[in-house]
Design a protein around this ligand. Structure first.
Ligand SMILES: [Fe+2]
Ligand SMILES: [Fe+2]
Length: 190
């Protein structure tokens, strides 16, 4: 399936607002890939499809996980929406014909982050957070850093996300903590 066909299928399966966010994320991911010398075509597909499982109901998400041998931990059981990255990677492969693991992992980890994020994982995570449709002021801080220092931008995004989850009395996913810790440990100037 080429990206035009992917776009048409995605448009049919998401609500209009979510589809617009997906196209915006694709464009931002292409810009970031261009800026950081990564594969723009892969960034386009990963950005476009990152939320392809977002329309599923919790029970459908659980069923996809069961069928694919993915066990939900306690945090994921309570916050099933966290699994739309994992299930998105499954749908991207099964329904959109994506085989490239660089793309599939970027979709997989866009909700929680991951300790060993690849450049493409970082690009899609950030693109999702800063695309122009994200108008909350916290996105501005990340936006300012995104094209200057991708790792600092990610730490800023994780800080914001962690603070938000705490404010909502939500459960923090360990992958998010691990991803932030890893970035801090790797960079001496934090
Ligand atoms: Fe998402
Ligand atoms: Fe998204």
């Amino acid at each position: 399936m080429n990206i035009i066909e992917m776009d048409a299928l995605l448009k049919r399966s998401l609500r209009p607002g979510r589809y617009i966010h997906s196209v915006n994320t694709m464009k931002e991911a292409i810009s970031l890939a261009e800026h950081y010398g990564e594969d723009k075509a892969a960034a386009a597909v990963a950005g476009l499809l990152h939320d392809c499982a977002k329309n599923l109901k919790d029970e459908e998400t659980r069923e996809y996980c069961r069928a694919n041998g993915i066990k939900l931990n306690e945090i994921e059981q309570r916050q099933v929406f966290l699994m739309h990255g994992e299930v998105g990677a499954i749908l991207a492969k099964e329904q959109y014909g994506v085989e490239d693991n660089i793309i599939l992992n970027a979709i997989r980890y866009h909700t929680t982050g991951f300790a060993k994020m690849s450049p493409m994982d970082k690009i899609v995570f950030l693109a999702d957070y800063i695309e122009p449709g994200r108008t909350h002021c916290e996105a501005d801080d990340v936006r300012r850093l995104a094209y200057a220092d991708i790792n600092k931008a990610l730490v800023c995004a994780f800080d914001n996300i962690i603070k938000y989850v705490i404010m909502q009395n939500g459960l923090l996913h360990p992958f998010t903590i691990e991803a932030r810790n890893k970035l801090l440990l790797q960079n001496k100037d934090f």
